[in-house]
Design a binder for this molecule. Structure first.
Ligand SMILES: C[S@@+](CC[C@H](N)C(=O)[O-])C[C@H]1O[C@@H](n2cnc3c(N)ncnc32)[C@H](O)[C@@H]1O
Length: 312
């Protein structure tokens, strides 16, 4: 690869270094437990040392009854280079620019009751079972990462937002189940909206509005409002419009929606898209169980004019 291209790649990747909070992962995953038993989970934008996705699935590997967990990291991840001390083997120093993989089929528990942080540390450092170097940079589009994708049942991660369209297209092409984080604006992308319309993708259960806190690398400039440093000295930023995108089913999607208003007679409130046979419903005040039902109402149903007509 030309030097310049490398530089651009690193620069672009830096904009994508936002680390998801453990509790956001936990809150969403609570809705899908039934999907995971006996499955191979792939987190393919996830530095095993940094990512809370890896941590979540390591901690819950036995509880969820996973068959296998694969996490691959990208070469420009600033974290991987800081983990030299975690590798006992001096002949195999951690290299920036390389991707790494953690591929495990069991998570031993020292105390036999639950997976502790010490169990996870031991696993990550283990020469036999721990983190190994990939041949390339760990790009999710690379041949070796696609091989892992083929072996996976469910992909769960927060992918680089700058590559969101490509990322989803690859999941769809390989017919994978997925649960990923993106920006709500993605629903209007020409590659994404048809998937929503055809009921092949929908928004997840737990994040409906507001912003979310993401940790960022130490050298990240904190310019915007809502940025800060937490009590442990970790830098974070707050991002608006964060949503989960999935094709895994969950219970709330099947709850009956209480409708209280008709479209006909109120057409002015719901402008038509110029380039799509659909109306836009920005807000709705559903009478009951507001948040969840409303959310489903907005994005799952009423944006499609054909479906609106069935409710009037
Ligand atoms: C938004 S961050 C999320 C990191 C992690 N999944 C989490 O949620 O904490 C996206 C990650 O994707 C990595 N990345 C960027 N480009 C990538 C690519 N082409 N292939 C794989 N990973 C990539 C970045 O290094 C970054 O760590």
């Amino acid at each position: 690869m030309a030097k310049n291209e490398n530089l651009h790649k690193a620069k672009d990747a830096k904009k994508d270094e936002f680390y998801t909070q453990y509790e956001d992962i936990q809150n969403e995953l609570n809705h899908y437990e039934q999907h995971f038993r006996g499955k191979t989970v792939l987190c393919n934008c996830d530095d095993p040392f940094e990512s809370n996705f890896c941590k979540f699935f390591l901690r819950n590997f036995n509880y969820l009854g996973l068959k296998r967990l694969i996490c691959t990291s990208y070469g420009t991840s600033p974290v991987v280079g800081q983990q030299l001390s975690l590798f006992d083997d001096e002949n195999e120093p951690v290299a920036r620019g390389h991707g790494y993989v953690m591929d495990i089929r069991e998570v031993p528990m020292a105390n036999g009751r639950g997976v502790s942080d010490e169990d996870i540390d031991a696993l990550l450092k283990s020469k036999k079972r721990g983190v190994k170097k990939l041949k390339g940079d760990g790009d999710f589009r690379s041949e070796e990462c696609i091989e892992y994708l083929k072996q996976a049942d469910i992909v769960v991660t927060n992918p680089p937002f700058s590559l969101f369209r490509e990322y989803v297209a690859q999941l769809v092409a390989y017919q994978k189940d997925f649960l990923i984080i993106g920006n709500v604006n993605a629903i209007t992308y020409k590659e994404i909206f048809p998937l929503i319309k055809d009921n092949k993708l929908w928004l997840g259960a737990s994040i409906h509005s507001g912003d979310r806190k993401f940790y960022v690398p130490d050298d990240y400039p904190l310019r915007a409002a809502g940025c800060g440093v937490d009590k442990d000295g970790r830098k974070y930023i707050r991002v608006k419009g964060v949503r989960w995108f999935t094709n895994l089913d969950y219970a709330i999607r099947h709850e009956k929606l209480v409708l209280y208003k008709k479209y006909y007679g109120n057409e002015d409130e719901y402008p038509r898209y110029a380039n799509y046979d659909a109306i836009n419903v920005n807000r709705e005040r559903a009478a009951a169980r507001r948040g969840k039902l409303l959310y489903r109402y907005l994005y799952d149903r009423i944006v499609i004019r054909r479906k609106v007509q069935t409710t009037v």
